[in-house]
Design a protein around this ligand. Structure first.
Ligand code: SF4
Ligand code: SF4
Ligand code: FES
Length: 340
């Protein structure tokens, strides 16, 4: 079920985690170190390598940004209540529940991910969540914190009398605790073919640079930064109800990114694949996606632009720069005529 031939690196990270969770060999450090268990290798079932996990989390806690001296000076503990969603597939009779922890904020870094690491290191080593880069780049630590879908590693903790409430991404299938099943999300991403399409140029791959003017490159700003965390998609009401047919804001933002790339020649084909009742048009421009995106992107606007292209209200502009093809017979360069 989880052997989906994923294209991108980020996708490989997700699939590794899902597969290893199913095999009972999941380690959070798997994401962090990018070391994966090979799927062909038979691994002895070790539900939790508790000691390794705790030492990895303890190292993170130790490595946190508050200097050691500052921690010693702060003799008075800064206690904060944290409530975390828990569900263990190995105990199917135990319903999901919220577990409460009281953590000392002097002992960890300033982000919610640091608090989760502290809980794992000092309170409960069975807590599961994804993480890798710890700086808002990989998109693996997306979760719902105090009612907002965001990245735990870039969400600051403020000491408060109110608890910090942490859930997995809403309306997603939960694999364990805060780890959600991203299979459908990534399969949808795969359908938009997230790579450059240069019709008829397969024989020339790697032979020359594909040129792009600074003006054309600017059109990708606000799109290429998407890290596929899924925060927007799982905040989108139409995606909650029709997630199997509507592609959702993250995938559509990525689709638009490839459609308007001046180097891409497949925009007509890409648009025709989106021209149906569900893929794009289930978006009702509510802009929950834009509001929640932790990278400050605007998927709602990207979807609106796709709708304009589909309706023929705008057209993809011709690229400022053409890339010559080497002519293998004469050694001369040729400029292929591009249909726009
Ligand atoms: S658009 Fe923003 S919220 Fe959506 S997947 Fe990309 S980075 Fe995450
Ligand atoms: S603008 Fe569209 S994609 Fe974004 S949350 Fe609203 S319905 Fe979903
Ligand atoms: S750990 Fe990479 S985005 Fe949070």
């Amino acid at each position: 079920m989880f052997d989906f031939n994923i294209i991108s690196h980020a996708s490989q990270l997700w699939s590794c985690t899902i597969a290893s969770l199913r095999r009972g060999t999941y380690k959070n450090s798997c994401f962090r170190s990018h070391r994966f268990l090979s799927s062909g290798k038979k691994v002895e079932k070790q539900p939790y390598e508790t000691e390794n996990i705790i030492s990895a989390e303890a190292a993170i806690v130790k490595d946190c940004k508050i200097p050691l001296e500052a921690r010693k000076v702060e003799a008075k503990p800064r206690l904060q209540t944290v409530r975390v969603y828990r569900w263990n597939p190995e105990k199917p009779n135990v319903k999901p529940y919220m577990q409460q922890f009281s953590v000392d904020l002097n002992k960890c870094g300033t982000m919610v991910l640091d608090v989760l690491a502290l809980i794992k290191a000092e309170h409960d080593p069975t807590l599961s969540y994804r993480k890798s880069c710890r700086e808002g780049i990989c998109g693996s630590c997306s979760m719902n914190i105090n009612g907002v879908n965001t990245l735990a590693c870039i969400t600051k903790v403020k000491q408060s009398s109110k608890p910090i409430v942490v859930y997995p991404l809403p309306h997603s299938y939960v694999i364990r605790d805060l780890v959600t099943d991203m299979e459908q999300f990534l399969k949808q991403y795969q359908t938009i073919e997230p790579f450059l399409k240069r019709t008829g140029e397969d024989n020339f791959l790697g032979l020359r640079q594909i040129l792009q003017s600074p003006k054309d490159r600017e059109k990708l700003n606000g799109l290429y930064e998407c890290i596929l965390c899924g925060c927007c998609t799982f905040a989108c009401p139409p995606y909650w109800w029709l997630g199997d047919k509507f592609l959702g804001p993250a995938t559509l933002l990525q689709a638009y990114r490839w459609i308007i790339d001046s180097r891409d020649m497949g925009h007509k084909e890409r648009l025709s694949k989106l021209r149906d009742f569900y893929s794009v048009y289930r978006c009702h421009t509510i802009f929950n996606c834009t509001k929640t995106c932790p990278k400050g992107l605007n998927p709602g606007k990207a979807i609106a632009q796709i709708k304009r292209l589909l309706a023929g209200l705008t057209k993809k502009e011709r690229p400022d720069m053409e890339t010559p093809l080497p002519n293998p017979c004469h050694g001369e360069e040729e400029y292929p005529c591009r249909e726009e």
